[in-house]
Design a protein around this ligand. Structure first.
Ligand SMILES: Cc1cc2nc3c(=O)[nH]c(=O)nc-3n(C[C@H](O)[C@H](O)[C@H](O)COP(=O)(O)O)c2cc1C
Length: 398
């Protein structure tokens, strides 16, 4: 099992370290915690012993550890993450001070290092702290920027530890990145679109955007530059992903076309509404003045247009069907000039639309197909990207 070393310093946000450990464990990683001496003033190390099943390291000189633990452990880990990192620790790491286990260990590791600062705004923005961060970045150390909001000191400002989800996703990008995705731009659409009749009524579908957001997360973790064009959803995008929020199919079309030329891989996972009202009224229609029938018309077929415009892009489409899934998906794959089609049966309970799970059938233009049985959308997106990786390797490099 791959292992991560988690350095924990004496910040109030130390309580979030437990959640970080849990998220890593869910992803299949073991975590070894290193606390600063002062961090033990905030939390008893026994908490981390219990969460990780391993003795928390605090001191350089501890006879329960292997004789030269900082060197032995350095060879076993895939990442050193310091979260929360205090101003003091960032300063020590930036200047090579090695007077406790964590700062000594930092000098001994050869794996990627990620730092998540947490402190009061004045401390964070202090030129000395900023200079220390710049120095570390120059040496290749990565950072997860703190967030703005209410701080433990009662003030509002920047300095709050980034969310455990963001910290873990950025960590996974450093551990899982693949060479083939390093210079790739992946454009993904997600969520539903809304086609309004008047300001309060619209045509849409139950798409939650989870599949598209999981795909964006996977592309991000593999090291790609990600552009996410998202319909209205209640989800947090992965960190460092460029997001364009749209509402209607036409807005989605425009946003996708804007980025299409630059993209290497394009995945249309959005559930674009197929119809829109012929009329779009600027004011709310009174109930009693609604006519018995409302004229509708087709929205633009974005995937079809992308298929026609395709030059070097690897184009992946989704087909949400309820009947004749294989036949319809095969037809769309050819009609829309796709490199990969992902068909899903949205009539299966707790799968597809709105669910955290999916069950898909992958289809290639050469007639091959592969079924991926019901799994979490996270797992499904990993499988989809392992197939995209194969397709990218097969392509001549430009
Ligand atoms: C209640 C309390 C909260 C603190 N929170 C932070 C913090 O969030 N960030 C920070 O850089 N320092 C914080 N400090 C100051 C550090 O604890 C102090 O600089 C310490 O020397 C850092 O030691 P360490 O880096 O070895 O953990 C806090 C101190 C106290 C008393």
């Amino acid at each position: 099992m791959e292992k991560i070393a988690l350095g924990v310093c004496s910040s109030i946000s130390i309580y979030k370290a437990g959640e970080i450990i849990r998220l890593f464990q869910e992803e299949g990683y073991a975590v070894r915690v290193i606390m600063t001496e002062k961090a033990t003033q905030f939390i008893n190390p026994y908490l981390f012993d219990s969460l990780t099943g391993e003795k928390t390291i605090i001191s350089l000189f501890d006879e329960r550890q292997r004789p030269i633990e900082h060197i032995s452990l350095a060879g076993e880990i895939s990442l050193l993450l310091v979260a929360p990192a205090t101003a003091n620790m960032i300063g020590k790491l930036a200047s090579g001070v090695a007077d406790d286990f964590l700062s000594t260990f930092y000098l001994a590791v050869k794996c990627p290092v990620l730092i998540a600062p947490a402190m009061n705004e004045a401390m964070y923005l202090h030129p000395q702290t900023q200079e220390n961060i710049r120095r570390l970045k120059k040496l290749g150390v990565e950072f997860v920027e703190p967030e703005s909001g209410y701080l433990a000191c009662g003030q509002k400002g920047i300095g709050r530890l980034a969310s455990p989800e963001k910290i873990v996703q950025k960590s996974l990008r450093l551990i899982r990145r693949r060479e083939i995705f390093q210079d790739k731009i992946v454009l993904i659409t997600a969520g539903p679109t809304r086609e309004f009749l008047d300001p309060v009524r619209f045509l849409s579908n139950p798409s939650s955007g989870k599949m598209g957001y999981e795909l964006a997360r996977e592309a991000y973790e593999l090291g790609a530059e990600v552009i996410l064009v998202s319909g209205p959803v209640e989800l947090e995008p992965p960190p460092e992903v460029y997001i364009e929020k749209v509402v209607t199919a036409e807005e989605m079309r425009k946003a996708v076309l804007k980025h299409y030329e630059r993209a290497d891989v394009v995945i249309m996972a959005a559930a674009v509404a197929d119809f829109k009202f012929r009329e779009h009224l600027p004011a709310k229609i009174k109930k009693d003045s609604l006519s018995e029938s409302l004229a509708i018309e087709n929205t633009p077929d974005i995937l079809q247009e992308l298929g026609k415009l395709k030059s070097r892009q690897l184009l992946v489409g989704f087909a949400a069907e309820t009947t004749e899934i294989l036949e319809r998906a095969e037809k769309k794959l050819k009609q829309k000039n796709l490199d990969l089609m992902i068909a899903n049966d949205v009539s299966v309970p707790d799968s597809g639309f709105g669910s955290g799970y999916n069950e898909i059938l992958l289809l290639w233009p050469d007639g091959r197909s592969r079924k991926i049985p019901r799994a979490t959308k996270r797992k499904i997106s990993q499988e989809i990207f392992s197939e995209i990786e194969v397709l990218l390797h097969e392509r001549p490099r430009n």
